[in-house]
Design a binder for this molecule. Structure first.
Ligand SMILES: Nc1ncnc2c1ncn2[C@@H]1O[C@H](COP(=O)(O)OP(=O)(O)OP(=O)(O)O)[C@@H](O)[C@H]1O
Ligand SMILES: [Mg+2]
Length: 232
């Protein structure tokens, strides 16, 4: 479980996150929605310990990790799929996946959870290709595979559908659904693609100008008119 309490963050004098609070529970998909520039990625970087927060508390599975560096958070079970994927273009698929094990001793392909290849068979077929030679959608699958290497209890995805072709968006949706159905993983999904988020979400949180302005059950997203917060 991931719990965020009253997070505030500043870039210089610009107050980017304002008293952000929410919970992402195990066995559920929690989606964070909001337009460009509202602070979604900033929030995730604070959760990962890449950015410092000015105030507030972050709990991972009940432990206060607010003062911990990002490698410690990765070790306590948080997998991160960054916006834009950020795979290593010059490394092979296999090497990219093994990078996900970096906080353990150097591993081999058999140390990876094999469900990565069940969900994304293309990664197995392309183990020896260079990351940069994969399509955007395949790179996104690789980034998700890399985040799953350490069997995280919390999986954080930053706009995984951005710039991805529909058939792969479907595969990614199915993967998120099956990971969630296992019941032991908390999934935090940042999205601007409303229909994708609505199909998957158990809970939703809407950010506007760094503030949570609305939250509720995924099944209420239409009734709560959440789509209006994404439309331009
Ligand atoms: N390193 C930085 N220094 C200063 N300001 C920043 C920095 N990174 C982001 N910002 C600003 O902070 C605000 C929030 O940015 P952030 O990237 O978190 O938004 P976002 O919701 O992820 O947007 P998008 O949907 O486009 O990815 C924006 O106004 C952005 O310009
Ligand atoms: Mg972003």
């Amino acid at each position: 479980m991931l719990e965020v309490r009253n997070i505030n963050q500043f870039y210089g004098s610009s107050h980017t996150l304002r008293n952000v609070s929410f919970v992402a529970s195990a066995g559920a998909v929690t989606t964070v929605l909001g337009r460009n520039g509202v602070g979604k990625t900033t929030l995730l970087k604070c959760l990962m310990g890449v950015l410092e927060t000015a105030s507030g508390t972050i709990y991972i599975n009940g432990t206060d990790v607010t003062g911990q560096p990002s490698h410690a958070r990765a070790r306590s079970g948080v997998g991160y799929v960054p916006q834009g994927r950020e795979i290593f273009a010059r490394l092979t698929v296999e090497e990219n996946l093994l990078m996900g094990l970096a906080t353990k001793s150097r591993g081999t392909i058999s140390d990876l959870p094999q469900e990565i290849f069940t969900m994304f068979p293309v990664l197995k077929e392309m183990l020896h290709r260079r990351g940069g030679d994969l399509s955007g959608g395949q790179q996104q699958q690789l980034a998700i595979g890399r985040a799953l290497a350490m069997s995280p209890s919390i999986l954080i995805l930053d706009e995984p559908t951005e710039g991805i072709q529909p058939s792969i968006i479907k595969d990614i949706g199915n993967a998120i659904r099956s990971l969630s159905a296992r019941g032991d993983m908390a999934i935090l999904l940042v999205e601007q693609y409303y229909d994708f988020a609505k199909d998957l979400a158990d809970h939703y949180v809407v950010l506007q100008r760094g503030e949570v302005i609305k939250s509720g059950l995924g099944e209420s997203m239409d009734d709560d008119n959440v789509r209006q917060y994404l439309a331009v």
